[in-house]
Design a protein around this ligand. Sequence first.
Ligand SMILES: [Zn+2]
Length: 105
Amino acid sequence: MTGPAGRPEELAAATMADRRAQLEDGLSELDCGHCGGVVRVKKNSLAHTSIQWTADAVRRCPAYAIRDGCPHLRRSVDSAVADGWLEVPEDPLEIPRGRLVHPSG
Ligand SMILES: [Zn+2]
């Protein structure tokens, strides 16, 4: 892949579009059942949730500043997973070691 480099502004636009696609890919909008603030969430694994706060949610949700996050929001995430519309990818690092053992005999 050789060729003339694009103009800087074209490169910047492409990078931004790329990054936006990455951010939007896999992020689902979810509203806190308590305060109604909308955040964008993505499950990286069962235990790990990425939450992207929108300005609106920060303003609405009094729990934004709490270290553990909004408990209502956490419940919303859990029920979204339980309902099956929030996908949880399998984390290859968390596969139990037993599965990797070769069968003997
Ligand atoms: Zn909230």
